[in-house]
Ligand binder design. Sequence first.
Ligand SMILES: [Zn+2]
Length: 505
Amino acid sequence: MSNVAKRLAPRVLVGQIFQEAHGFTPLRTPLEAFAIERGQAVITENMEADSVLGGILRTGLVEGWDLVPSIAARASPGGRVTDDAYAHLLSAVLDAARSGPLDAIALCLHGCIQTESLDSAEADLLRRLRELVGPDVPMVAGFDLHGHAGGGMLDHLDFASAYKTNPHGDAGATGERVAKVLARILKGELRPVGMKVLVPMLTGGNDETGSGPLLEMHTAARQRVAADPSLLDASIFNVNPFIDGIGVGQTIVVYARDCEGRESAGALAQELGEVMWAARQTFRHTLPTLEQTLERTRSRIVLGDFGDRVLAGAPGDSLYVVKKVLAKHAPLRVVAPVTDPAAVALCSQAGVGAQVTLTVGGAITGAEPPLKLTGTVLSVGVGTYRNRGAFMRGATMRIGAYAVLQAGRVTLLITRDPLMSQDPGCFLDLGIGLDDADVVVVKSGYNFKLAFGAWGECVCIETPGLTVFDPFVLGLKKARPLYPLDNLVFEAAAVPTIPSALGCS
Ligand SMILES: [Zn+2]
């Protein structure tokens, strides 16, 4: 705290590294897949964003912090980040941390990045930062609740908090929460102590927070934290179920304001862990099929392609829904995204206005065969878009190389790389109007409901692909034993997030 006293404004390192791994896709995520800001642009470009970083920046402004930008980098969920890309992102953060004395660090992280060599990039990043700045510089981070919190990333943080909603409508609020805790740590008002429980299970659906077992758990957690003045915050991490790694499971973490609340925090973490385990068989869902959905309604419907969700790391290369519509519901006007590098190249070479015949889709996984189409190239280019809906509103997302093809009543947004299509901005910012569409296909299972609700009815449908919940086909090894793969006995027991905090000396 002495450094703070000497200077007027605390120097707080800020940054964002945001991507979510699917450990079983053949793709990798290179540096080019990230939308990146550096230097002052980290602050100016993200100040308005409804992301954890935006929440940190806005709170820092109010608190009068001297913000030290490192890097802000966001990529679509997908394959493991290449070692080269991670080395670049890591050094951007470490170089900024070396640029002068720091009073604190506040980061926006997804929490589920895996690299070619690491099962938790965030654990590695935070460990290296801790080694660099020493034990006395407070370090906090806000996470997506699908983060791999059992993989070691909590061990280096003074405070961590995850979104409390799925679909995720509270990223900015999560950033504000961690930054406000940091402000109070810097003022000497708090010294958080975290207690965590790892529940060895995967969820297989029914894992939104607005209903079902997670609604009850979040409600109980919120009430207990509000009623107990020794407690600060409780997070329930539902790890992305498409990764392997030591500690993959559900992580409950409860922070007390200081050492005196340690037992209360441990008791709540343990209780929530017991509730989660007892509810393990209820985390399942049954989704409607395309046919069931189109029998019910045929206008202004947004279909979440559950099995091929780019937002959970699938390649987004399946045209399953479009093919079914063409086969049985041809009068419907459809807008759909699809990942296909060769088709983008072919359309780009042909040029805007050209008529092309091509096969598209099925280019990466091969699970869903390609579709042959003849159409007109409406546009080609390299794009970005801005989120309009509540999920990361205001944040700029990368589209990369793309082509828009009109084939009869089907409008395809073909991208070279997997596209996050949870927001109408990805279509509108490329000039693809949605007013005349009957059906919009998105590669999202949850977050699209926050952004497309004003346009039409949002329904997640059962489709094939890499993001169907089926841990039995994935071949998880390091995460074992794990429900539902193994028969195991589990008793919840809370342990400190920072092992040295056991005695709270
Ligand atoms: Zn998430």
